[in-house]
Design a protein around this ligand. Sequence first.
Ligand SMILES: Nc1nc2c(ncn2[C@@H]2O[C@H](COP(=O)(O)OP(=O)(O)OP(=O)(O)O)[C@@H](O)[C@H]2O)c(=O)[nH]1
Ligand SMILES: [Mg+2]
Length: 286
Amino acid sequence: MQNLQWYPGHMAKTRRMIEDNLKMIDVVIEILDARIPYSGRNPNFDDIIKNKPRLLVLNKSDLADKRRTDMWIKWYADRGVRVIPISCATGAGLNKVLNEANALVGDKIEREKEKGRNRTLRIMTVGIPNVGKSSLINRLLGKASAKTGDRPGVTRGKQWLKIKGGAELLDTPGILPPKFEDQAVAVRLAYTGAIKDEIMNTELLAYSLCEYLRDNYPDELCARYKLDTVAELKGYEVLEKIGRKRGFVISGGEVDMERAANTVLDELRGAKIGAVTLETPDDIEE
Ligand SMILES: Nc1nc2c(ncn2[C@@H]2O[C@H](COP(=O)(O)OP(=O)(O)OP(=O)(O)O)[C@@H](O)[C@H]2O)c(=O)[nH]1
Ligand SMILES: [Mg+2]
């Protein structure tokens, strides 16, 4: 697999911005993509956020495999970590977010009020790119104020927003770890669109995705692309069949593999192949 190793300068800048603003914040909401509940965690947040109360949410749960989401909630619970599955698309779980954030902070704000410092709860959202940090802020506000988009790197710089009569919210740009110990983690991030496709070899990515789907979601894969079976096929053979089914043929009758690769990645991200989760606790413990 390709070797992904980089750290764009704006991410280092964002890290400093988060650190500089942390003292004003009561609770941090760390947002994970429910399709990669493990690989989607940036281990650097532990260093950055330290002991600040933190709420973990699994967003995009509408796109994820429900059975696997339950497995991950249990996996985290077994390690003493509570994660809340939510969807900014359907609204599922959102009512819990503010309640749990308030519960984590306790009576700190009340006590400050007694000392004459009147202020509201301050929440910061953090996470890797494209997980729905800005979408969650908009959901909590009840209106689209923060810019969102279906690609990484939409939010630039910090943005404070205020819920009428309620909490103040700080949206932040997504940050990735400076390097990946495990390339499988980087690959899963790329599947979900957390890493810009421009720096990826999308064909290689699609081959490995086809192999993952062949082993984990063969029925969904066959149904989507009208294939009889994928059991004995290599990733590139699956992709070639998909390209042919879709009529992506170039001169000489060859399949346009790049087009097929982009199609499979797009359709995975849009959940057209089905509700798919790209890792299980077993995968990561291997
Ligand atoms: N299906 C689905 N899509 C979602 C959900 N939450 C966000 N999205 C979509 O995911 C894409 C990214 O959302 P953003 O809110 O811009 O993500 P972000 O984390 O702020 O991204 P950056 O600012 O680029 O780091 C957008 O196309 C959203 O509409 C969800 O729960 N389900
Ligand atoms: Mg954003």
